[in-house]
Design a protein around this ligand. Structure first.
Ligand code: CU
Length: 438
């Protein structure tokens, strides 16, 4: 395993690093990039008066300006390039250069204005999923408003009286499948109890992306790329938390499949749905939560067990990249693959899956492997690409960790304080352009 110095050189592009100054930056950014202030805090009773901002890994927040007590956001619907894993770029649609769209964070009681500009080649609208707002603001094309033409603008404005994990999306079915969704987080006026130390949001999506195409087949039913916040494992940025802290994770699903999201090493309560906070009596206990289409689920737990713990969809085919390639091969080859065929399968995956730029590597297989019915299964899918996804949040993970990460798989890294601070310092040092494989 490389030393920290080597690692830093890797992602900073060489040169010495000044951890001292990085520490200072990280102190400000700790836990929530893009925010240095709590998002609410209207009451004056000091600690306990505000919620911490939610971190949506690999997705930026949408900035706003305040105009006479109205929080005004500017949302631009447009085509977006999204790199699922290094080397595999998708032509999706989204908002403000991001797919999923940027995260909107407001506080219960806010009045919100969202100026929508349509830079798509066809009409669109934005629906505010589950919002209790006047029907003219509901974003239903032809029903509650005229579709916004290409180059057109529509201004949504409404008071927010709810709280919880919400989202916005186009109400065109195909546009939804092109990625047009974003999180809309309503922080409660009075913070939830018990307070959490870390708060994360993840959008679950599935894509039918044929090996020779960069454009998702929005009518297809064979979903071969499965993403958290528009990234597939191992390119998804892990969630970093302090050992002993209380953690909330919010999951939102918009796609054609339901996703049972499983957290390793911890037991959680389901504290919220797509309609806000649940009464404590309903939280229950679990380690897997089914997030159905159009649903949101918040889970909370105390990160009491140190280590790098998996957070993933438990549908086996959602723990893979490039399902279509595999299915193509398996349809042609009805019996077990020979070693030669397996090698071809691996080549195919490398070509279409972004592994082409990385050295071919696979785990050892037995000498008689091809005579064993069923071989291969996972052997040629597990290809490490640690260097390609190196970033502070991945620092210190086991060598070849990336070989075990595909599809809807990421980590919650429960770190002792020193280690947490060290990585946050590295992150503070890193320039944004090098951070995102966007
Ligand atoms: Cu799934």
């Amino acid at each position: 395993m490389s030393s920290r110095r080597d690692f830093l050189r890797g992602f900073l592009g060489g040169g010495a690093t000044l951890l001292a100054s990085a520490n200072a930056i990280a102190k400000q950014q700790e836990g929530h990039p893009g925010h240095t202030q709590p998002v609410s805090g209207t009451s004056s009773d000091g600690a306990g008066a505000s919620s911490i901002p939610v971190v949506t890994p690999d997705i930026p927040d949408l900035p706003f300006r305040v105009d006479n007590d109205v929080k005004e956001f500017h949302l631009v619907a447009e085509p977006v390039k999204r790199e699922l894993i290094p080397g595999r770029v998708m032509d999706a649609w989204g908002y403000n250069g991001s797919c999923p769209g940027p995260t909107i964070q407001v506080t219960q009681g806010d009045r919100v204005r969202i100026i929508l500009d349509n830079h798509l080649p066809e009409p669109t609208t934005v629906h505010w999923h589950g919002f209790e707002i006047p029907v003219e603001m509901d974003g239903m094309p032809y029903i509650s408003q005229k579709p916004v033409p290409p180059g057109g603008r529509f201004v949504y404005e409404f008071p927010v009286h709810q709280e919880g994990t919400y989202f916005y999306h186009s109400h065109g079915a195909m546009q939804e499948m092109m990625g047009m969704i974003g999180m809309f987080l309503m922080h409660p006026k009075i913070p939830y109890q018990p307070k959490v130390d870390h708060d994360f949001g993840i959008i679950l999506q599935g894509w039918a992306l044929l090996p020779n195409s960069t454009i998702p087949n929005t009518a297809g039913m064979e979903f071969n790329w499965l993403t958290f916040n528009g990234k597939a494992g191992p390119a998804i940025t892990p969630m970093l938390v302090r050992l002993g802290s209380r953690v909330r994770m919010r999951f939102v699903n918009l796609g054609m499949d339901h996703h049972p999201i499983h957290v390793h090493g911890h037991t959680f309560g389901v504290t919220g749905t797509e309609a806000g906070r649940q009464p404590e009596a309903l939280w229950g206990t679990g380690n897997t939560v089914l997030v159905g289409v159009a649903q949101a689920r918040d889970v909370e737990f105390v990160a009491k067990n140190p280590g790098d713990w998996m957070v993933h969809c438990h549908l086996p085919h959602h723990m893979m990249n490039n399902m279509a390639d595999l299915m193509g091969e398996r349809l042609i080859v009805t019996s077990a693959l020979t070693r030669v065929q397996a090698q071809r399968q691996m080549m195919l995956m490398r070509q279409s899956g972004g592994h082409g730029a990385h050295p071919m590597e696979h785990p050892p297989v037995a000498e008689n492997a091809e005579s064993v019915p069923g071989f291969p299964q996972d052997a040629f899918m597990e290809m490490p690409m640690d260097a390609a996804v190196a970033k502070p949040e991945n620092y210190g993970l086991a060598e070849k960790w990336t070989a075990g990460m595909m599809g809807m798989m990421t980590l919650v890294r429960v770190l002792p304080t020193e280690k947490y601070d060290e990585i946050m310092a590295m992150r503070g040092q890193q320039r944004p352009a090098e951070h995102q494989h966007q």
